[in-house]
Design a protein around this ligand. Structure first.
Ligand code: CP
Length: 309
């Protein structure tokens, strides 16, 4: 199969296993391309992509823009903070005005869960969800899966624990969907107040003890506490959170096997992960960032339907 079953990338929930494998295999080819001296290919020449960021981003935004440039697409960037959104323009009006300038594909990050799905039903362009509130972050999950596969050879049968603020995390939900579709076992670990009640209905086990979770897993994906999405206190202090759920070198070195450590970024060093763990040989955090470009190239290339060209 060389075509995706979807017209947009709204979430991992909408993808099937073949879609995910097609994206990961295509990303492997693009990873080879971006490691060549000449990193650019003409695959998306004549395609115009708008990057619409209504929320802050470093990795996702730069990674999409680099991916578009490596594919020879034309790129326009939009930030809500210095746009006419501040004058009251709606999301659909904003996007339709941008599309009137002959834009073919929209990459959007938005604080509202479901914003990408809402847009895909109302505008005539390919939509890629670059993170919608606490809902989904599909390209993060795809680059995480690519990075695990690259490090461990395969995902099927592997044990992955996602640690931290699961309740407010779009990375957690997209990772759960993606890893399960690829045959991995997924657990979550964190304070009870930061684990959503629905999580077990997804076939995910909950482990409240960090050490037990780490002894069980092959890979630990450490998440940031999303203070900006927390309207109430979910734990007494950050210091206590770190004592219970922070990953430090002493714990890592005391485990009976060498696990792989991941983090989607941005990192709060010294809170969910110490610097010596983040920068250790067991960490693949910068591999995740590198792989993000290849994975996003694959997503845009496949959605544009350029495989036959
Ligand atoms: N991982 C991630 O989405 O990072 P940014 O918020 O910097 O894009």
């Amino acid at each position: 199969m060389s075509h995706l079953s979807v017209n947009h990338l709204l979430g991992i929930k909408q993808l099937n296993k073949n879609d995910i494998e097609l994206i990961l295999n295509t990303a492997q080819n693009f990873k080879e391309v971006i490691n060549r001296p000449i990193k650019k290919v003409p695959s998306l020449r004549d395609l115009t992509v708008a990057n619409l960021f209504f929320e802050n981003s470093t990795r996702t935004r730069l990674s999409f823009e680099l991916a578009q440039k490596r594919l020879s697409a034309d790129v326009v960037n939009f930030s809500a903070s210095n746009s006419s959104v501040k004058k009251g323009e709606t999301l659909v009006d904003t996007v339709n005005n941008i599309l009137a300038m002959k834009v073919d594909m929209v990459v959007m990050r938005h604080a509202s869960p479901g914003a990408a799905i809402f847009l895909a039903k109302r505008v005539n362009a390919k939509i890629i969800n670059a993170g919608d509130g606490a809902h989904e972050h599909p390209t993060q999950a795809l680059l995480d899966a690519f990075s695990i596969q690259e490090k461990l050879g395969s995902i099927k049968g592997k044990k992955i624990v996602i640690v931290g603020d699961i309740l407010h995390s779009r990375v957690a939900l997209s990772n759960i969907f993606c890893l399960q579709k690829l045959g991995a076992h997924v657990k979550v670990c964190g304070p009870q107040t930061l684990i959503p009640k629905f999580i077990t209905s997804l076939g995910v086990e909950v482990e409240s003890d960090l050490r037990k979770a780490l002894e069980w897993c092959d890979v630990a994906n450490m998440l940031r506490i999303q203070l900006e999405r927390q309207d109430i206190k979910y734990f007494p202090t950050l210091r206590e959170y770190t004592m219970m759920y922070g990953l430090n070198k002493e714990i890592l070195d005391s485990l009976s096997k060498k696990i792989v450590v991941m983090h989607p970024g941005p990192i709060n060093r010294g809170v969910e992960i110490t610097s010596d763990v983040a920068d250790s040989q067991q960490s693949i955090i910068l591999d995740q960032v590198e792989n993000g470009v290849a994975v996003r190239m694959a997503v845009m290339f496949l959605l544009a339907g350029r495989q036959g060209n």
